[in-house]
Design a protein around this ligand. Sequence first.
Ligand code: ARG
Length: 264
Amino acid sequence: MKKFALIFLSLMLIVISLASCTKKEEKTLIMATNAAFPPYEFMDGDKIVGIDAEIAEKIAEKLGMKLEIIDTEFNSIISGVQTGKYDIGVAGMTVTEARLKNVNFSDSYATGIQAVIVKEDSTYTSYEDFYTGFDDDGNPTGVVEGIKIGVQETTTGDIYASSDPVDWGFGEENVVRFKNGAEAVQALLTDKVTCVIIDNEPAKSFVGANEGLKILDGAYTEEDYAIAISKEKTELLADINKALAELKADGTLDEIIEKYIPSK
Ligand code: ARG
């Protein structure tokens, strides 16, 4: 009889601890980002702030969850979302066909343009100057000797820049990859690269924060930003899209963006 009671008691304990575990998991929405991408995400002291952090905060609120933000390498966000280590990836992340093979994306909440940053005294006026010539269809045929394109590894800037000139890339061999945008910009400031290709708002932030840099005219590409979610979490995807739609409709989204990217 005593034995029975003991087994019963320990079973109860296991059930209770399991229940409290899953309950805690339900309550916290774990967001992965790469916080060197102002104004979408950056460090303010030891706090991660920015457009993405605030949008995620509002979404978590609507879902009745507590937001926890984890700063990691951009590179590991998608895989972490896939394995369930993170619930969502919010990192000014562009929706691409390749990424859609691994994760779902929410509805888009912002757009981005790839911009080209050079030193202020650069003789280049457009990224088209990085090419030696163009074929009859107007596609580039080669890259100027010695051009080094700085990018943040595995971003869309990296993917486009690494493609062949005929696809308006600069060739793998002319691309230098950095862990984050800030490091790429440091390399530009010390003349280790000719330019940095990065999303336009971070580009503006970096140019604003550092002397001697400018953005070349002309958009390199246009893209949509969205939240990455595991393909298995379809309910979460629906809930997030619903929350996003509400935040768009009531002006909250615009307010957050306006706070970090004032329209005047
Ligand atoms: N939009 C680009 C991409 O999806 C760059 C995003 C980089 N984001 C970041 N938080 N570092 O590849």
